[in-house]
Design a protein around this ligand. Structure first.
Ligand code: CTP
Ligand code: CA
Length: 228
């Protein structure tokens, strides 16, 4: 892990990055989750660390979960991720790349569910998980990180969904990408980002997740410089 000599643009700044899926238990051996690889989160965490930031990386159980030069905080459920993010505050920057499960099983069983003789499957009921990004975005000034950034994977009308999401979440920036099957980006290394900052939408075009991370980190550095 190479650190450039001399002062770095994010020296002295702290960042929280959430990444990966969350895992919501059904019983002690079963869970509900998703296929988030953690690639984008790792790339962003490393891009911030390389610029001098102290990065707290809060990650669900992902294939890619070990960014170099970062403090790694492993979690499983959305509730654990929320608690870990709150414990990691205060921060200058908070970036939410995690694919948080929107719902959890209302009452996970204490013992492994068994098939019954009739073959009737169990009925699961769900409750909503907290929206971690919206929670941090709506913290009172002073507790809220100066820059709160969300991600959104969308299908259909990308720009409309993304603008609504930015407003609803209350974050400063939102990076949206098109994950409809015909875009061919889901789960891969390449992605196509539309960057929203409340006023403008910028098309970043097709690029790798590492390139997205570099571009975002540069923009964060420029922005924080302007804020101070
Ligand atoms: N997010 C979060 N906590 C949640 C859900 C989402 O922090 N419980 C964050 C994600 O990490 C991401 C952003 O919110 O940065 C958008 O996530 P997304 O799933 O696209 O948004 P939702 O509000 O859950 O809407 P949707 O119905 O489209 O899933
Ligand atoms: Ca969601």
């Amino acid at each position: 892990f190479a650190r450039a000599a001399g002062p770095l643009p994010l020296d002295g700044k702290t960042a929280i990055v959430t990444s990966g899926p969350t895992r919501e238990p059904i019983d002690p051996v079963r869970y509900i989750s998703n296929a988030s690889s953690g690639r984008q989160g790792v790339a962003i965490a490393e891009a911030l660390a390389a610029r001098g930031a102290l990065v707290k990386f809060v990650t669900g159980p992902a294939e890619h979960a070990r960014p170099k030069g970062c403090q790694i905080i492993p979690v499983e459920t959305a509730l654990e991720m929320e608690a870990a993010v709150n414990a990691a505050l205060p921060a200058d920057i908070a970036i939410f790349t995690a694919a948080v499960a929107d719902w959890r099983v209302a009452e996970p069983a204490d013992a492994k569910l068994k098939k019954d003789a009739s073959g009737t499957p169990p009925e699961l009921s769900f409750i909503a998980n907290p929206d971690i990004l919206a929670g941090v975005s709506h913290l009172p000034a002073g507790e809220r990180p100066g820059l709160v950034i969300g991600f959104a994977a969308e299908t259909g009308n990308l720009l409309t969904h993304a603008r609504n999401k930015l407003a609803r979440k209350g974050c400063d920036w939102l990076l949206a990408n098109d994950v409809s099957p015909e875009s061919g980006v889901f789960g891969g290394t390449d992605t196509e980002i539309v960057f929203l900052d409340g006023q403008d939408a910028e098309d970043w075009g097709p690029m790798s997740k590492v390139e997205v991370a570099e571009r975002l980190a540069e923009r964060i550095a420029t922005r924080l410089e302007a804020l101070t």
